[in-house]
Ligand binder design. Structure first.
Ligand code: PLP
Length: 378
């Protein structure tokens, strides 16, 4: 049996998405910038999908800029905030994805941008009182806090953080929503948020495509210069099949979002219960309560005395794909920068299981059975 429980890394592409893309690989090939009928046809497909995607998050079409994925979207938000919006500092945490963390550090080197890391609690939640204190200093600032952490699943209350940021002049708010776009409902109109990001391959779409939502009250220049595509905000011939695939993936995600949420949350609950039955010393990294935790992610802390560093490898032998965070379990020499911020990491082996609507209860049962055997053998 093959069980894929690494959906936070990437998701399998939905068959409906493949079907939607196919004509744009085989039949419709015109350059969307061409003015003849071949070009008009593909330009039309792009604009239909842009509108469709914008509608799902209550945005306007001109607030969606297609990018090569989450990394570029995060880069664009941070770089444009510094270069165009003239922010002097970025307030974030040490738990952000490297697309944010490394970009912030790069902006510090290039533009002398001040980077402030908020302290975080044992579950990865940033200190909101610290944030408020910094914001009251009245400096042009970008706050960049991810909606859900990709390694531990901790879900931040971005609505209240956004409301807090909006109380201050010259404060912009970016949230990396790469792990949550297509998994939760968004209403950017009500939120009045500045930047949101999306990567299609996290929601059963194709790789190499995503978008940045930019509130249309903001005036930004491209970070990728060239042609005047994307209303002069990103040069380069559009990733036509990617955009068509992303539109379909968003449609599939949003048309049954509550059903998917309940289904996947139940799989996660079943996994939690099953693990605790195997050994009640097993614990979890990050928050696990449904309203504080992304329902697709479960980061498990297996105590060292019941499990060795070969757990991930043993799971792989049984056909189960999960991912590790700590140095020994991932086979990498560099440990996770996220887990490094959490307590008790030297006492356990951390493994991230991440689920999708295509997983089944049977697969979770199989995984639990293998974990039980691996642990007992040890
Ligand atoms: N941000 C988060 C939270 C992610 O999980 C990822 C992907 O792992 C990214 C950004 C980068 O997205 P992409 O792979 O589309 O560049």
């Amino acid at each position: 049996m093959k069980v894929y429980l690494d959906n936070a890394a990437t998701t399998p592409i939905a068959k409906e998405v493949v079907k939607e893309i196919e004509p744009y690989l085989s039949t419709y090939f015109g350059n969307p910038s061409s003015t003849h009928s071949f070009g008009r046809q593909t330009k039309n497909a792009i604009e239909i999908n842009r509108k469709k995607i914008a509608d799902y998050i209550h945005a306007k079409s001109n607030e969606i800029v297609f990018t090569s994925g989450g990394t570029e979207a995060d880069n664009m938000a941070l770089r444009c905030a510094v270069i165009d919006l003239k922010v002097e500092r970025i307030i974030t945490t040490k738990l952000e994805h490297h697309a944010v963390g490394h970009t912030a550090e790069n902006l510090k080197d290039l533009h002398n941008t001040e980077i402030i890391y908020l302290s975080t609690d044992n579950y990865g939640n940033p200190s909101i009182s610290e944030l408020e204190k910094y914001l009251s200093e009245n400096k042009p600032t970008l706050v960049s806090l991810m909606h859900a952490n990709n390694e531990i699943g901790t879900l931040l209350p971005i609505e209240s953080i956004c409301n807090l940021c909006n109380k201050f002049e010259n404060v912009y708010f970016h949230s990396d929503t790469v792990q949550t776009m297509g998994h939760y409902k968004f209403n950017v109109k009500n939120l009045d948020i500045d930047f949101l990001t999306c990567s299609a391959h996290k929601l059963h779409g194709p790789k190499g495509i995503g978008f940045l939502f930019i509130n249309n009250k903001l005036l930004i220049n491209p970070i990728i210069t060239g042609g005047s595509q994307e209303r002069k905000q990103r040069g380069g011939t559009e990733n036509l099949y990617g955009i068509v695939g992303l539109g379909k993936a968003m449609e599939l995600a949003f048309s049954n979002i509550e059903e998917h949420m309940n289904y996947v949350q139940n799989l996660k609950n079943y996994m939690i219960e099953g693990l605790l039955k195997i050994d009640n010393r097993i614990s979890f990294n990050g928050a696990i309560e449904p309203d504080k935790s992304l329902y697709t992610v479960l980061n498990v802390c297996f105590p060292n005395d019941i499990c060795n560093s070969m757990l991930l490898f043993s799971l792989d032998i049984h056909g189960i794909a999960a991912s590790g965070g700590s140095a020994c379990s991932s086979g990498s020499t560099i440990g996770s920068h996220v887990l490094a911020e959490l307590p008790n990491q030297d006492k356990c082996q951390s493994v991230r299981f991440s689920f999708s609507r295509y997983n089944t209860k049977k697969e979770i049962e199989y995984t639990l059975e293998k974990i039980r055997k691996i642990i007992i053998k040890k």
